[in-house]
Design a protein around this ligand. Sequence first.
Ligand SMILES: Nc1nc2c(ncn2[C@@H]2O[C@H](COP(=O)(O)OP(=O)(O)OP(=O)(O)O)[C@@H](O)[C@H]2O)c(=O)[nH]1
Ligand SMILES: [Zn+2]
Length: 199
Amino acid sequence: MGSYRYFEEYNQPVTDSLTDNYSSILKTIGEDTEREGIVKTPERAAKAIQFLTSGNCQDPAEILRSAMFKESYHDMVIVKDIELYSLCEHHILPFFGKAHIAYIPNGHIVGLSKIPRVVDVFARRLQVQERLTHDILECINDTLKPRGVAVVIEASHMCMMMRGVQKQNSVTTTSGFRGEFEALQTRNEFLKLISNDLS
Ligand SMILES: Nc1nc2c(ncn2[C@@H]2O[C@H](COP(=O)(O)OP(=O)(O)OP(=O)(O)O)[C@@H](O)[C@H]2O)c(=O)[nH]1
Ligand SMILES: [Zn+2]
């Protein structure tokens, strides 16, 4: 691990406050908060939601800057099939899927693991898929200043599956392109490579 500090500990006053709130939610939906299986649930949920929103207090640009290396390689770098789990800001229900990210270096490459870490920082916030896509795109563009950057996210939304419209198989795709990926040929090369079509 580089010098950057990732999520390590829960904030006790925040945990206490969330625990009280989850306890009243459970009572409101008719649960007995003293029964064995549930007695510790408010605290567990308090910790879970802190972890799932921990990206709010992390700086993704700092993560990238912590592992940027001077290098003359100037062809496409693709990290694909990065699994992501986020929470939709409308229902606080999960959406999950994959991110595919590419950039074309402009004097600097970045430590490969830092790309999924940036995805996690933006995913661990209340999000919509469109903003998540652009957050990742702009962060890599502004920090690494590559010749181009591309982000594609494919995700399923639990708020459309477990409730509401109840569609189990729909997948939402969002994308963003900057710099050299705005040219059709480069963009198509990236899209072909992430589609597993290597012919
Ligand atoms: N654009 C976008 N919409 C999202 C995302 N996540 C959830 N939504 C949508 O947010 C919308 C909120 O609409 P509302 O009509 O206020 O909420 P609702 O009554 O719960 O809507 P239904 O889900 O249709 O029952 C819904 O259409 C959701 O499908 C996202 O990442 N991007
Ligand atoms: Zn939702």
